[in-house]
Design a protein around this ligand. Structure first.
Ligand code: NAD
Ligand code: TYD
Length: 346
């Protein structure tokens, strides 16, 4: 049995990965470590509770005591998903981003230096490159993060790279594009717009909505990570993308169309500072290892909408309380105003 640590496994991608890995790898015994921040949800893991190959530990990746105790018992693989992950929150205040995304990763790497593992996957993001300049980024393009979240993830990558070069920690860095699917906290574009549309509330679109992201279904993301743990070279960086570039405005239209809601729900709001206009990746390096994304965006989005439609008890409570305060701070009162007060957009 291989002993596998999944940090941040109560969040969106980490919880999908825990389910995916337990189903696909019968010889893996998994420990999920999660601090259960606002983005971590025990409900994401409750169906695993009876699985003898799964256990949950409540803890912080930046706490050396917790981390050392897990590593000292012997680990084969580490998948580090734990992070503060929302750009807008990093713009509001970046302290927690530095603490978790940088110091937390340092704590994990120190433990991996002391108690060697077979593979250490640092789950990173295409945001480290910044906005596309001439062409889709290859892994050797310089990093130029535009917001504190992206900067904290770039710093974590630099640490992982340094610990590989200096101490031989078998780190692999993955840079995936925007990921969507079930169980994503309703603050990111797709789950926020789906749940707002389900409630008949406005969809706050930054700027004119012509920013472009490459959308990757979470199951494809998870499958790519399993592929990389088997085939990647340690010390290397791998882009993960689906070659599925869409404008934010078009995503908003698709969601409203599928839910039978009017386009008038789209509300342009003040743009995000430092907003990257376009992310796009060249994924030839990963393709050469025999991986590609399988889920077409229209199907993935339809299934994701269906999941949110059928799980109001999952996301409904998340949109009240602290989230409602965040929402008010982030979007102000503009999104609550009637559409005729706002400039139209098509
Ligand atoms: P998420 O915000 O949904 O989940 C993050 C999880 O980490 C939560 O369960 C939270 O409780 C936990 N966590 C936060 N701080 C912690 C700490 N100090 N110790 C232990 N646990 C902690 O994030 P996500 O969207 O699932 O992203 C997972 C990873 O993938 C992140 O590293 C992110 O940078 C990366 N990533 C995300 C995307 C995307 O589109 N969502 C794309 C590329 C890469
Ligand atoms: P987001 O889901 O926050 O991911 P990222 O910033 O990592 O790309 O945002 C995706 C795109 O959607 C990005 O261009 C910003 C835009 N956006 C909006 O227009 N309105 C919103 O309320 C949010 C959260 C994002």
């Amino acid at each position: 049995m291989k002993s596998v640590l999944i940090t941040g496994g109560a969040g969106f991608i980490g919880s999908n990965f825990a389910h995916h890995a337990l189903a696909r790898r019968p010889d893996w015994s998994i420990t999920v470590l999660d601090k259960l921040t606002y983005a971590g949800n025990p409900k994401n893991l409750c169906s695993l509770e009876t699985n003898p190959r799964y256990r949950f530990v409540h803890g912080d990746i930046a706490d050396p005591q917790v981390i050392n105790s897990l590593f000292s018992k012997g680990l084969d693989m580490v998948f580090n998903f734990a992070a503060e992950s929302h750009v807008d929150r990093s713009i509001e205040c970046s302290n927690a981003f530095l603490r978790t995304d940088v110091y937390g990763v340092h704590t994990l790497l120190e433990a991996a230096r002391r108690w060697p593992v077979y593979r250490f996957l640092q789950i990173s993001t295409d945001e480290v490159y910044g906005s596309v300049r001439e062409r889709a980024f290859r892994e050797d393009a310089p990093v130029r993060p535009s917001n504190p979240y992206a900067a904290s993830k770039a710093a974590a990558e630099a640490l992982a790279h340094a610990y590989h070069a200096t101490y031989g920690v078998p780190a692999i860095i993955t840079r995936a594009t925007n990921t969507y699917g079930p169980r994503q906290y309703p603050e990111k574009l797709i789950p926020l717009f789906i749940t707002n549309a389900l409630e008949g509330r406005p969809l706050p679109l930054y700027g004119n909505g012509d920013q472009i992201r490459d959308w990757l279904h979470v199951n494809d993301h998870c499958e790519a990570l399993l592929h990389l743990v088997d085939h990647a070279r340690t010390g290397d960086i791998y882009n993960i993308g689906a070659a599925n570039e869409r404008r934010n405005l078009d995503i908003a239209h698709l969601i409203l169309e599928q839910l039978g809601q009017p386009v008038s729900l789209i509300r342009p709001v003040e743009d995000r500072p430092g907003h990257d206009r376009h992310y796009a990746l060249d994924c030839a390096k990963l393709s050469a290892l025999g991986w590609r994304a399988y889920i077409p965006f229209e199907r993935g989005l339809r299934d994701t909408i269906a999941w949110y439609r059928h799980h109001p008890s999952w996301w409904g409570p998340l949109k009240s309380g602290a989230h409602a305060h965040y929402y008010q701070r982030q979007y102000g009162t503009e999104v609550f105003q009637p559409p005729d007060r706002l400039r139209g957009i098509r």
